[in-house]
Write a protein that binds this ligand. Structure first.
Ligand code: CAA
Length: 293
């Protein structure tokens, strides 16, 4: 019998990633506590999960909509909302943190959670830009801490990156791999290195696409067409930036520029900064590189 059996999962943060993680966990039959800052935000998070579940149900139960309704109700029934992070981890087997990418805020959260959770509770961060070891450093459970990095849209993207720090124990790592599989993801393993696997390759690619456009080598529309039709990507780099959010692109480039100060590729992008300063964050605001009606 595995040392850590995971049935109760607490997800901290109900944004795009956290709500997706809560959804796929509940879809797999596990109990989820989803933590957000207040009841209003929780309501919005629950509504976005309901919309996504409807898309999943439409695909899974296209010949029997009544079973789809049942699936949605049962999955939603496994997700409990909470506004109290400390209380929410007391029964948790696993905590997945998906809050803002700010080390001080994550440290404060994990210090509080570490004091409140049972010793057997495993902790993970879904960070895409910070070091897992550095996040874990404020806890007394560095052996029971690792990275679980999901991809947007979480209900659709099959990959889960499982990140081991030098201090993550073998049992914790095995529990993370087994859990990833139990929620239907394909797991790969990576050391605690900047960007892990996907973003270490994707960020320079996206940054170079912006540079090409800024140099006037090609239009952003043509760069998107080129990468879809010439390289088989489902979205071009500008469509993807609009999809994940230009505010995030700006934040990621700032982070990489601090990590690699001598690399011109990651220097702030005038085009992205201008769009963000105009409130054009991509799909979520109705306009980014493209307009969405
Ligand atoms: N919830 C549930 N289902 C969803 C969904 C969601 N949020 N979004 C899309 N779907 C489903 C749709 O219902 C649809 O289902 P059917 O096949 O049954 O019709 C299917 O996914 C395809 O969706 P669409 O037809 O709307 O559009 P599409 O074919 O263009 O696919 C996409 C959309 C899956 C997003 C695809 O364009 C894609 O894979 N894009 C690239 C995404 C990507 O690269 N993500 C990684 C970003 S980087 C990251 O996440 C790292 C990080 O650190 C933040």
């Amino acid at each position: 019998m595995a040392k850590y059996a995971i049935k109760n999962v607490t997800v901290i943060g109900g944004g795009l990633m956290g709500s997706g993680i809560a959804q796929v966990t509940a879809q797999a039959g596990q109990n989820v506590t989803l933590v957000e800052v207040n009841a209003d935000v929780l309501k919005k998070t629950e509504a976005s999960i309901a919309t996504s579940l409807a898309r999943v149900a439409k695909k899974l139960y296209k010949d029997k909509p009544s079973d789809g309704e049942k699936f949605i109700a049962e999955t939603r029934g496994r997700i409990k909302g909470s506004t109290d992070p400390v209380e929410s981890v007391k029964q948790a087997d696993l905590v997945v943190e998906a809050i803002i990418e700010n080390i001080d805020i994550k440290h404060k959260l994990f210090k509080d959670l570490d004091a409140a959770a049972p010793p057997s509770t495993l902790f993970a961060s879904n960070t895409s830009s910070l070091s897992i070891g550095e996040i874990a450093s404020v806890t007394n459970r560095k052996d029971r801490f690792g990275g679980l990095h999901f991809f947007n849209p979480v209900p659709v993207m099959k990959l889960l990156e499982v990140i081991r720090t030098p201090e993550t124990s073998e049992e914790t790592y095995q529990a993370f791999m087994a859990w990833g599989k139990s929620i239907g993801k394909v797991c790969i393993t990576c050391k605690d290195t900047p960007g892990f696997v996907v973003n270490r390759l994707l960020v320079p690619y996206m940054a170079e696409a912006v540079r090409m456009y800024e140099r006037g080598d090609a239009s952003f529309e043509d760069i998107d067409i080129a990468m879809k039709l010439g390289a088989g990507y489902p979205m071009g780099p500008f469509e993807l930036s609009d999809y994940t959010g230009l505010d995030l692109s700006k934040h990621i480039m700032e982070g990489w520029s601090a990590k690699y100060p001598d690399e011109p590729l990651f220097k702030p992008s005038a085009v992205i900064n201008k769009l963000v300063s105009e409130g054009k964050f991509g799909r979520k605001t109705g306009e980014g590189f493209y307009k969405y009606t």
